[in-house]
Ligand binder design. Structure first.
Ligand code: ZN
Length: 389
């Protein structure tokens, strides 16, 4: 079934737009609207702004709830009615790590080639690049594949609410392109990311008076100390596996043998086999202090994003589109940072990440993008969206 009615029809009847000229004002507007992961009200406002700007650019945009309450995903697309072809999935996130008020410490400003501001590099400018290019492609006759630009509110906290929806979109797509920041030193893209997760170990001992009944106590902190060393020793740099105990808690007051203690560790690993090996080692942890019990939890939050042959093929094609507009698109080595690309790649979808803005300082107060790279990267996106099939 095909229909001649296009849901993006208004783009062809609107006055010609200066897509390139509208890019920087849009980035500035979005950066000025602070949208930390933990501020629901701000996130709702940001979602409305994104959907509004997409409609102004002639695209169909809809905020879709992820749950009964909480901030929505924003789905922007150029699908014609009835077009159910597997398309090009473009992923972004509109939350940032910066709390409200960061703009006062890192105000939006331009110094030379750098535009500073919280969330500019990670990743509001990256979404604006893809959005602007999609709008222009649509105004110039459309894209080879239907494009779903899906922008999420919770990437910086692990995408727990979004994950299922990302995977639903991924299963209906042919490729995924992700707007995370380009790597420094030449704006390189990302073809492989480590998998990440958390380990929690809780020790339950027996409390006693630290002076009068020391021998009756079973010290949970002592037990956790053993587990810290055991977990740290699971790091294997040669294989790219790291375990880092990051938070330790325990005890009540100094003259009580502590009954409870716990740790949380971060881990990163390069492939599914390493994940299963680490899971087995962690599940084999046993208490060392007599009578103490352990609770162990291993959570692989984001599976590894492997560099598959299909990913390399997608990279080659994107490099050709980049070369066509005078941009060199190099590939960064595997990174320890995870993103929503991990979810799509783990489903076997050829995925390329790090296609957002070029700059530096993600998650810091010197976060910035490089203005001179915006237009070349916007043209790369335009060529890719128009051509990739
Ligand atoms: Zn990001």
């Amino acid at each position: 079934m095909t229909s001649s009615a296009s849901i993006t029809q208004n783009s062809s009847t609107a006055a010609p737009q200066d897509f390139s000229g509208q890019l920087l004002p849009m980035i500035e507007r979005w950066v000025r609207f602070e949208s930390p992961s933990h501020s629901e009200e701000a996130l709702h406002g940001m979602a409305r702004m994104i959907a509004h700007d997409a409609r102004q650019l002639g695209l169909h945009a809809q905020a879709q709830p992820l749950s009964t309450e909480g901030s929505p995903l924003v789905h922007i697309h150029n699908r014609r009615d009835g077009d159910a072809r597997p398309g090009l999935l473009v992923l972004g996130h509109y939350d940032t790590v910066h709390p409200i008020g960061t703009l006062e410490k890192n105000p939006l400003r331009i110094e030379g080639d750098k535009l500073y501001g919280p969330g500019a590099y990670d990743m509001k400018a990256g979404i604006c690049l893809a959005l602007s290019a999609l709008a222009q492609a649509q105004a110039q006759g459309g894209t080879a594949l239907p494009v779903d630009l899906v922008i999420l509110p919770d990437e910086e906290t692990g995408s727990h609410r979004s994950r299922r929806r990302i995977e639903d979109f991924a299963r209906r797509s042919r490729y995924a392109l992700v707007c995370e920041p380009a790597r420094t030193e030449g704006g390189r893209c990302v073809t492989a990311r480590k998998g990440t997760g958390f380990i929690t170990v809780k020790a339950h001992g027996r409390p006693s008076h630290a002076g009068m009944q020391h021998q009756k106590g079973r010290n949970a902190i002592e037990e956790i100390a053993h587990q810290i060393l055991a977990l740290q020793a699971m790091t294997d740099y040669a294989r790219g596996i790291t375990v880092s105990v990051g938070v330790v808690q325990g005890g009540t007051t100094v003259n009580v043998v502590p009954e409870h203690s716990q740790l949380t560790a971060d881990f990163r690993l390069p492939d599914p086999q390493a994940a299963e090996e680490l899971r087995a080692k962690v599940n084999a942890l046993r208490a060392r202090v007599p009578d103490v019990t352990l609770e162990v939890d291993f959570q692989l939050n984001r599976p590894p994003m492997p560099r598959t042959d299909a990913t390399v093929e997608l990279l080659r094609r994107c490099q050709a589109y980049a070369a066509g507009v005078g941009l060199v698109l190099d590939e960064a080595p595997m990174t320890g940072g995870a993103s929503d690309a991990n979810f799509t790649a783990a489903l076997g979808l050829p995925t390329l990440d790090g296609l957002g803005a070029d700059g530096d300082g993600a998650h810091t107060l010197y976060e910035h993008i490089l203005l001179s790279t915006l237009e070349p990267r916007r043209r790369f996106w335009l060529a890719t969206l128009q051509g990739l099939e």
